[in-house]
Design a protein around this ligand. Structure first.
Ligand SMILES: Cc1ncc(COP(=O)(O)O)c(C=O)c1O
Length: 411
């Protein structure tokens, strides 16, 4: 007889889905969440299971109501956008199928779909191919691995505002890391890039994590390898209004984009692309007796993360993705404008890629953060100074509500 844990009824699945779309009146208060959490935290691995339905009912308050709501009308704090519902369903499909792209025989179509997705994306970046990763941390490491083994790179040059994953990658790969200071706006100071192109990989960032700065691409091609970490700002390429901000990206040797950021995918989903994918794949591949095709990149077993992204792009089209990016940029512009009108408020820079930083000359960032609703802002430190940080990626943001909350935090 079939094991029902692997063969749900329609009613089981409908119940699970209904928990996701309950209206606000059915949400659990914080005390209930805390109580449930305490029970689990103080207990042990249960000896007897309670069954799927009861488990979902028990976990729903903690998992669903205990999480930050990234799509709420005030969520504007981090590089973590809400996800479209088509990705919830396709993730559920992926979990139920559990395909492994390492073996074509257990993922007969999923591998083809990933290739199709990569073929759709690479032209926007002038690259010839690539593969999906769990995010830009892994993409940056893989790109520098290719740089080391293809171009004899011995050192990595990146700005002091580059993401920590660059330092991690240099460390793991045994490469020297040279950190170049940034200009006051957070861009790499190119005047400090000496002509040490030989044996060096230059890493430029499109959308630095703290400031949202985009490095100038004028040094692309002057080094043995240029990698562009476009984890955050890469999707600007899909907007005809904003694509030119990343003009020159197509001259790079490799580009990383985190699809779980501004492409609205659930974690973990990153895209790594190469100018010469054939040569990159040659150095990133290993073969083994149990494999029927070579294993490219860092991961062994990996799932069909292309499917939710492919589904999103089919549902939205380039136009739909561009619309969300344009909306986010316009919201960030409006927020900057509003902040500039406030007394004793200093805005870090104009809006470059949806990251807005500001501070008040008479209230500390911690004080302001505490006065703002949870999820409306985050905090970052630049040159010893604390800044309030907003990241514009939530299509459902209610700007006037956010502006009211900011005005209140300053009063
Ligand atoms: C500029 C930049 N690069 C790389 C990363 C790491 O990407 P991921 O979180 O997808 O591993 C981040 C994450 O915030 C980032 O902002």
């Amino acid at each position: 007889m079939a094991d029902k844990s692997f063969h749900p009824s329609e009613a089981d699945l409908l119940h699970a889905m209904r928990l996701l779309v309950r209206d606000d009146s059915q949400h659990y208060p914080n005390q209930v969440i805390k109580h449930q959490l305490d029970i689990l935290a103080s207990g042990q691995l249960p000896e007897k299971g309670i069954g799927e339905q009861a488990t979902l009912d028990q976990l729903a308050p903690i998992v669903l109501d205990g999480a930050a709501k990234l799509g709420s009308d005030i969520a504007f704090a981090h590089m973590d956008p809400p996800t479209p519902w088509i990705t919830w369903v396709t993730h559920c499909w992926n979990a139920s199928l559990n395909q492994n792209l390492l073996h074509p025989d257990v993922s007969p179509v999923a591998g083809e779909l990933e290739r199709c997705l990569i073929n759709w994306l690479t032209p926007y970046f002038g690259m010839s191919g690539g593969h999906l990763t769990p995010g830009s941390t892994v993409s940056n490491l893989t790109a520098l691995w290719a740089a080391r083994d293809l171009s004899g790179v011995k050192r990595v040059i990146a700005s002091t505002s580059a993401h920590v994953s660059i330092a991690k990658a240099a460390h793991i790969l045994g490469l020297e890391l040279i950190s170049i200071p940034v200009k006051p706006t957070g861009q790499i100071d190119e005047s400090l890039l000496s002509e040490q192109g030989q044996n060096s990989a230059l890493v430029l960032t499109a959308g630095t994590t703290s400031e949202g700065a985009i490095d100038s691409f004028s040094s692309v091609g002057k080094f043995a390898w240029t990698h562009i970490d476009a984890a955050w700002a890469g999707p600007l390429r899909f907007s005809s209004q904003h694509a030119d901000v990343l003009a020159g990206i197509e001259q790079a040797d490799s580009v990383a984009v985190s699809a779980h950021k501004w492409m609205y995918q659930p974690k973990e989903c990153g895209v790594l692309m190469f100018k010469d994918v054939q040569s990159a794949n040659d150095v990133l591949s290993v073969n083994s007796a149990y494999l029927t095709k070579s294993n490219i990149g860092l991961l062994g077993s990996h799932g069909a993360s292309a499917i939710p992204l492919l589904a999103t792009l089919i549902a939205w089209g380039q136009d739909g993705l561009a619309h969300r990016i344009d909306l986010a940029m316009s919201n960030a512009d409006k927020l900057c404008q509003f902040l500039r009108q406030q007394e004793k408020v200093h805005v870090f820079s104009e809006n470059i890629c949806g990251v807005v930083l500001w501070r008040s000359s008479d209230k500390s960032a911690s004080h302001i953060l505490q006065a703002l609703p949870t999820g409306a802002a985050s905090k970052t430190t630049i040159n010893g100074e604390e800044w309030i940080r907003h990241v514009s990626a939530n299509p459902s943001i209610n700007l006037s509500l956010l502006q009211k909350a900011i005005a209140h935090s300053l009063s």
